[in-house]
Design a protein around this ligand. Structure first.
Ligand code: SF4
Length: 352
């Protein structure tokens, strides 16, 4: 490590010793690391999700499944329902696949970045984070916060995503051989609290002396690619109600929101735009539109309300009647929870 890289890592670790965020999945700076299970679980939950949103889910999962073996033995549907509301549901399916692979090797996580990457559903980022934080390996952890700090620190002006190569190389340069886990968490904290995406607080920054981006206008880094408008999709979801219960289905195990309980829909997620065929003929009225934004597209989901009487035609093995007064326990993903709220609001409008 050259002298300037050494200065950066020392300054950052000294700052972390004094300023580390206290988070439920962490050990204080310089103390023995937390269980690999906790590090892994928190890192999977934190992908594209805020610390504030993850906190209650992390506590709920640990209380219900205190070890990786407990999680491996859980029912898929219970885990999917417990994950509901956290978004990016493929993570929950990957979580189970990985827990089961760890259980198959006796419940112990492998200790190196390379071996961790061989576990199913455990990507390069998570492998590096677990290796560094739980096992102290000198692995380089680059999430969106770290990417921003490094791009600014070295004024890397190649636009993303091409600029990621240079960012990773610089991040590797400044990762110290000792305390790699604390260093990774310090970078994350600096990005989250000081080198924020808007209005970075350079006056409080422990790296200000070494920072090239600060002198060039920090906010222009990392350089973003030109924005492309998200495609707009359309679909329908169906609200079928009987005696205080609503008809819910389980989505297929693969594909969007796979394995989650949901309202029946017209297949918009598989085909792009749904084709408007409801599970029962006739008797439908529009209940309004739910707008929802996914990572790669925006969706207008039209809610259709059934007022026909042909309920015996619903195949018993295709879904279940779920009591409306326990709908919050169904684990509906956010899109369908919004649709359910829209349907229930119409009860209130009718004074029911
Ligand atoms: Fe970020 Fe400013 Fe610190 Fe540079 S000096 S790393 S731009 S907060």
């Amino acid at each position: 490590m050259d002298a300037s890289a050494d200065t950066i890592s020392r300054s950052l670790l000294a700052w972390y010793d004094a300023q580390a965020r206290v988070l439920p999945w962490r050990s204080p700076p310089g103390s023995p690391p937390p269980e690999p299970y906790q590090v892994w679980l928190s890192e999977v939950m934190l992908q594209q999700t805020t610390v504030a949103a993850v906190g209650p889910y992390f506590a709920k999962f640990l209380a219900r499944w205190p070890t990786v073996l407990d999680l491996a033995a859980a029912d898929d549907a219970d885990v999917m329902a417990a994950w509901a509301g956290l978004g990016y549901y493929a993570r929950a399916r990957n979580l189970l696949a990985c827990a089961r692979a760890v259980a198959a090797r006796g419940g112990t996580f492998p200790a190196t970045e390379a071996e961790l990457q061989e576990l199913p559903g455990l990507g390069a980022y998570t492998a590096a984070a677990v290796a560094a934080i739980a096992f102290g390996e000198r692995a380089t952890v680059v999430d969106a916060n770290v990417e921003r700090v490094v791009a600014r620190l070295f004024a890397i002006d190649a636009p993303l995503p091409a600029g990621r190569k240079a960012i990773r190389a610089r991040a590797e340069e400044i990762t110290p051989a000792e305390r790699a886990g604390d260093f990774a968490q310090a970078m994350m904290d600096l990005g989250a609290t000081v080198c924020t995406s808007r209005a970075p607080r350079c006056l409080l920054c422990p790296l200000a002396e070494s920072c090239a981006g600060r002198r060039q206008g920090a906010e222009r880094f990392p350089v973003k690619p030109a924005k492309v408008a998200k495609p707009q999709r359309r679909g329908q979801a169906y609200w079928i109600e009987r005696s205080g219960a609503v008809w819910l289905v389980q989505r297929p195990g693969t594909g969007m929101l796979g394995g989650m309980r949901a309202l029946p829909d017209d297949g918009w997620s598989a085909r792009g735009d749904g084709r408007g065929t409801g599970p029962l003929a006739g008797g439908w009225t529009s209940g309004g539109v739910v707008r929802h934004s996914f990572t790669h597209f925006d969706l207008d989901l039209q809610l259709m309300l059934y007022s026909g009487g042909d309920l015996d035609r619903l195949a018993a093995d295709s879904g279940e009647w779920w009591p409306l007064d326990r709908l919050s326990d169904a684990g509906l993903p956010t899109l369908f929870a919004k649709a359910a709220r829209l349907a229930l609001a119409q009860h209130e409008d009718l004074g029911e």
